[in-house]
Design a protein around this ligand. Structure first.
Ligand SMILES: [Zn+2]
Length: 214
């Protein structure tokens, strides 16, 4: 855990949006901009993909990020490494303390396999990513949905190496803030999952703020 607040004031942000529960969000960040995701009501997983804005084949890699920092959890100081070895963004503030990049994003198929046959038709993050991608650029397709980060999601690894989806450790108003180290495309699914505790069985809105460099 590396709890660190941000000196930035929300009144000076150049962009602000509320992402309703279960909705997607997509936007390009310019190098030097900072983006903050606020867990407005607590215990809300924010599934997020990052791409090099000039080459979508160069994208966030959980494997490279974990290996470079020697830790499976993401928090202040984590550099988000791309498949080409670039640093896409750095986490510069974090009042939650830990974010997951092992659990993946929920899908119709995984809901069906994990929970029940009739859960197949429930809204899932991979649908939201696709909706965002279609609204943005025809070159982004389902094939481009690879590693993601689950901000505010609690997926502890047990001493014997097991993964578990647990109650969240985030609370209302907790946030994570990232500095764009290059131009990046950011795609969010404000997770609609109702079958496990990642959203407290009650998905809620989050806020996204962006600041220009000084
Ligand atoms: Zn999800």
């Amino acid at each position: 855990m590396a709890i660190l607040g941000s000196p930035l004031s929300s009144t000076q942000a150049c962009y602000q949006a509320i992402v309703p529960a279960g909705d997607p969000w997509i936007r390009e960040l310019q190098r030097g901009q900072r983006v903050r995701i606020v867990d407005l009501h607590g215990n809300q997983a924010v599934d997020t993909l990052f791409y090099n804005a000039h080459n979508y084949a160069d994208r966030y890699s959980a494997q490279d990020t974990i290996r470079e920092q020697g830790n499976i959890y993401l928090s202040t100081g984590t550099r988000l490494i791309s498949t080409n070895g670039n640093t896409l963004l750095t986490i510069v503030a974090d009042t939650c303390g830990r974010h997951d990049t092992l659990g993946g994003a929920c899908a119709n198929e995984s809901n069906m396999v994990r929970y029940d046959l009739d859960k197949r038709y429930m809204h899932a993050c991979r649908n939201s990513f696709l909706k965002a991608a279609w609204s943005w650029h025809k070159e982004l397709t389902k094939r481009d949905q690879t590693c993601n980060i689950n901000f505010f999601m609690n997926v502890p690894v047990t001493p014997d190496g097991r993964l578990t989806f647990e109650d969240g450790i985030s609370e209302a108003g907790k946030y994570v803030e990232l500095l764009a180290e290059m131009d990046v495309l950011m795609v969010v699914s404000n997770c609609p999952q109702l079958n496990n505790p990642c959203n407290g069985y009650n998905p809620t809105p989050v806020e996204i703020l962006i600041w220009d460099p000084d």
